[in-house]
Design a binder for this molecule. Sequence first.
Ligand code: IPM
Ligand code: MN
Length: 368
Amino acid sequence: MTRFKITVLPGDGVGPEVCREAVRILHALSVFYGNEFRFQEKAIGGAAIRSHGTPLPQSTLDACLDSDAVFLGAVGTPEYDHLPPSERPEAGLLRLRTALGGFANLRPSVFFPALADCSPLQRSRVEGANVLIVRELLGGLYFSQPRGFDHDGNVASNTMRYSTAEIERIARIAFEQARQRRKKVTSVDKANVLETSQLWRRTVSRVARDYPDVALDHMFVDACAMHLISNPARFDVILTENLFGDILSDEAAAITGSMGMLASATIGGAVNIYEPVHGSAPDIAGRSLANPLGAIASAAMLLRHTANMPLEAADLEAAISQVLEEGHRTSDITSRGKSQALRTNEMGAFVEQAFVAMLDRRFSYHAV
Ligand code: IPM
Ligand code: MN
């Protein structure tokens, strides 16, 4: 019996290629256990503008609302750069996030010993780093009103607005995540300048009283940008608002060595969304060059946060580490002259093999 309905939104650029590999892994698990997952594919972003004339067709939204999880590849294509923000491919994703209600975007960034050579940072600086960025996803500059251009197009504005309730709910997610990790939250703001940040800081400090076992410190976002690359190992959970989180999570990719490695989960709403952080990468789209590991790691997050399969999630993460240890590389994580780059689907196949072997071992262990 199918337990989980997954809506897959391949989207633009490399989205379809990396989605295919994540789905292949979940499919393998499904076969192993006997039909855990059922997948249906829908259009979003530029692909949906092309096929339906809008970046988030009603049929896509309905399917997402009716599923247990959404798995998204990427949105964004230069083809539609000329459109106003509200009609661009990205607007489809932003509308979807709002409709599904997930306000907490979890973005882990982990140091893999096998990839130490790929990071632009010295090994001694990134070694042992394991940061979870908890990004507020439904508020701030991305969504607050008023916004727009004035009548002659010479002035534009956006608004950063946060309410206590919005800050409180994302803070609770961060503290709860920290409890399952190293019990430290760094709340990142710009409280020396912005009122929203002052409210943010005050509210987070108040929420922290409910989590006496978790240490809290506050940091300005500019300082955080510097510490994140000079001493990333000092962080456990970083809690921050929407735009700061968008920027810092791309920066955190330097820890791992490639944007292609980063996964994300959006939780807290009616339906969770899982997506790699790397985006559509139009420059390499359709050439089987993309790294599917960020998408596959997002599938691991789906196993953990939607399917309640923490053991299988850990197995899948271990399978990713194993293929890296074995030296398998896509072009974004190839150290010069060391190994030949794999195609997207070849990398997916290696992870699937390693993952299924782990499930086999787990299964035979339980059988005796
Ligand atoms: C991300 C992306 C999105 C964002 C875009 C595509 C709307 O950059 O998920 O980080 O800004 O949130
Ligand atoms: Mn981003």
